[in-house]
Design a protein around this ligand. Structure first.
Ligand SMILES: *Cc1c(COP(=O)(O)O)cnc(C)c1O
Length: 388
């Protein structure tokens, strides 16, 4: 953090613990900074343990993990991939990398994730149009589990492999099973804003040993078995470094603590934002069986009828609130802008879109960093109260 920013409250800044430096220091001391090394295998073992998945390949980013995941599922030029519209662009960019077309699906209002009804409608319609989608990317937005029971049943019926984008959901569970472990392939991100970070990094997890081996092969330039450099396939340079994996090892030891704190922050906001005058602030509850890591606390603004009538022109919107918080040097952000509304994906097919467009129009992400103090939380609540 820059010194002039010491007062600024960020959305979700990195939060390091006490042990990261030991692992990084050891890597440098042992001159084991490349190519792989004990931190990398240790980090992968930590991820396997935390998620209950058999195999893990640590990568340079979550985006790289999604890219490799699509390749592992055999997605290629001309294929279609089902994908929620309501997500970060990194979910869908790799669909374009492999020459496939995203087919966007709307959200449901309980978890804001992929709507099972819309999913079924999309599959049936794509098949009727002559092409069965090749895979489904499933996202757990802001750490909240998607409707897994329904979605897994539909995917199984149509034999659609699931690539689980759990980039925001490390530490979340559904019926006590860790997210990221439900799909054929799961993906995590260790980008700087996520619940744990390696400054930049990602991981691919799978229970299929041959898929893990293939991911490792593709991530290290697709070298064939030979003493000389021999290549029969396109490869990538996607491996995480042993130094960054050292940060990851230190961070993984903090996962339970960090989830606990994110959930406390959510609970604090829920308690203290319940009654802002003129406004219903909705903080999405967890459906039965779901346990969210509450990566970011998100709110939906719904002006009350009274506020609407009295103040129709000076309506409180997420953008007016964001600007007001900014005057207090507090960072907040709109929810992800749906991908079907992005110029990049203008011509992509879509099924629905009104639900997530409405969430986008009403929602805001609040500072949720695990290092936040009670005083800082109060600063946000006070600044929010001023908006109304
Ligand atoms: C952060 C994120 C990614 C990408 O991860 P990177 O490590 O930043 O490449 C993918 N999907 C979602 C939903 C994310 O939030």
């Amino acid at each position: 953090m820059r010194s002039q920013d010491h007062d600024r409250l960020f959305l979700s800044p990195p939060h390091l613990g006490r042990h990261e430096m030991n692992y990084v220091h050891k890597a440098i001391e042992d001159n084991w900074v490349a190519p792989t090394g004990p931190n990398l295998t240790g980090f992968e073992a930590d991820i396997c343990q935390a998620t209950g998945v058999g195999h893990c390949v640590a990568l340079s980013s979550g985006t790289a993990a999604i890219h490799l995941g699509l390749l592992l599922l055999g997605v290629g030029p001309g294929d279609e991939v089902l994908c929620p519209s309501f997500t970060f662009v990194a979910t869908a960019n790799p669909i374009l990398y492999v020459g496939a077309t995203p087919v966007f699906i709307d959200s449901e209002t309980d978890t804001w994730n992929l709507c099972p009804q819309r999913l079924l409608e999309a599959i049936v319609d794509r098949i009727a149009r002559g092409k069965k989608p090749k895979a489904l990317i499933l996202v757990h937005l802001y750490g909240m589990p998607a409707k897994l029971t329904e979605i897994i049943a539909i995917a199984a019926e149509y034999e659609l492999p699931i690539l689980e984008d759990a980039a925001e959901a490390l530490g979340s569970t559904f019926n006590k099973q860790p997210l990221g472990s439900f799909g054929a392939v799961g993906v995590f991100s260790f980008n700087g804003n996520k619940i744990l970070t390696t400054s930049g990094g990602g991981a691919l997890v799978t229970n299929d040993a041959s898929l893990a081996q293939k991911a490792h092969f593709l991530a290290t330039q697709a070298k064939d078995q030979a003493p000389h450099y021999q290549h029969s396939e396109v490869g990538y340079n996607y491996r995480l470094s042993n130094i960054l994996a050292g940060i990851g090892r230190g961070q993984m030891g903090l996962l339970d603590e960090r989830v606990k704190r994110r959930r406390e922050i959510f609970a604090w906001y829920k308690e203290h934002l319940a009654r802002l005058p003129g406004l219903t602030v909705a903080l999405a509850p967890e459906p039965a069986g779901s346990r969210s890591n509450r990566w970011l606390t998100t709110i939906l603004l719904t002006p009350t009828a009274a506020e609407d009538a009295a103040n129709a022109t000076a309506r409180v919107t997420p953008e007016t609130v964001r600007q007001q918080l900014e005057t207090h040097n507090i960072e907040s952000r709109p929810l992800w802008k749906p991908l079907h509304l992005q110029p990049l994906f203008q011509s992509a097919p879509r099924y629905g879109g009104e639900v997530c467009a409405n969430l986008f129009a009403r929602g805001l992400c609040l500072p949720s960093g695990t290092a936040m103090t009670e005083t800082e939380l109060r600063r946000v609540a006070d600044a929010l109260a001023e908006c109304f």
